[in-house]
Write a protein that binds this ligand. Structure first.
Ligand code: ZN
Ligand code: ZN
Length: 303
């Protein structure tokens, strides 16, 4: 497999830790019931919080220091989730790919660990040419990365044989002038309605607002639990406590807030866990009795 050297804007320290503060995403693999989930980080991002959440002021962030770097930036991640069940594989979102580390306006401050996804798949022994399905929460650039027609030299993208699945309404919401977001978009993409089962135990849950067809994917673990891969319905754990804090890119702010409130309600139920692709180093977690995000660790695993 060809290698795609990462273009990082930060230089790792000799001991391998990140020099830019902390909270950079790392790869993880976790077995949950019948599922094996692997997070494939593609970038770590440090954002200026009041720009991400324009309704907030500096003072709002004091209680949320645990989610910030030592320089006061909100830590976020970009990446994809590999879902495996009995030999079948599904990828949720496709990282941010070749967005350049120099295009800082995309991310307001800085980012690191850029373009790690191909290496992450290689470490897991997964040939991207064998992936049959990539389902997207929505088609913003930081989710379509390696599926874009310009992702690699091959115009079929880094996943040459995959079919693309998106939520109903997502394609119609795109600006046609910007060109296709996905390689072979017209032929390879299937749009599915709310509730559609796209693979064994994987259903679409329409959570519009961030974009027209924004969709969460609900994974049935096979042992009575559910994992909700909710995309950009929330960008950081602070929105669990503040579902009224819209994100600068939310297309329909009122609808995005309604979707966030529905999501927090579901994540508060027993046996329901969330996966937030942008949640820095806390992608997997749940909403605890105090209405806060509780990262999944071995203690909560038993829940
Ligand atoms: Zn988005
Ligand atoms: Zn995003």
């Amino acid at each position: 497999m060809a290698t795609y050297p990462p273009t990082t804007t930060g230089t790792p320290r000799e001991d391998g830790t990140d020099p830019s503060g902390y909270r950079m995403p790392g790869p993880w693999t976790r077995t949950v019931g019948e599922l094996t989930l692997s997070y494939l980080p593609d970038a770590g991002v440090h954002m200026i919080p009041t720009r991400v959440y324009p309704a907030t002021e500096d003072g709002h962030w004091t209680p949320h220091r645990p989610h910030m770097t030592d320089r006061g930036h909100l830590a976020m991640s970009c990446g994809a989730l590999l879902v495996e069940r009995r030999g079948t594989r599904l990828l949720l979102d496709a990282g941010h790919g070749r967005i350049s580390g120099e295009e800082l306006e995309h991310f307001q401050h800085r980012f690191d660990h850029v373009q790690d996804l191909p290496d992450g798949l290689a470490r897991l022994g997964v040939d991207p040419a064998t992936l049959e399905t990539v389902a997207f929460t929505h088609l913003h650039d930081d989710h379509t990365g390696w599926a874009r027609p310009d992702a690699v030299d091959d115009p079929r993208s880094f996943f040459p044989h995959a079919r693309w699945i998106v939520g109903e309404g997502e394609l119609e919401g795109l600006d046609p002038a910007a060109g296709p977001r996905l390689a072979g978009q017209g032929e390879r993409t299937t749009a599915v309605a709310d509730g559609t089962e796209i693979a064994e135990g994987v259903r679409a849950w329409a959570l519009p607002g961030h974009t027209t067809g924004h969709t969460a994917w609900i994974l049935d673990t096979g042992d009575g639990r559910r994992i909700v891969a909710f995309g950009d319905a929330m960008h950081s754990p602070v929105q669990v406590e503040h579902p009224d804090w819209d994100v600068v890119l939310d297309q329909d702010r009122a609808e995005a807030e309604r979707s966030r409130r529905r999501l927090v309600e579901l994540l508060s139920q027993d046996g329901v866990f969330g996966y937030g692709v942008h949640f820095a180093d806390q992608q997997l977690g749940t909403v605890d009795g105090s209405g806060r995000w509780r990262p999944w660790n071995d203690a909560t695993d038993a829940r």
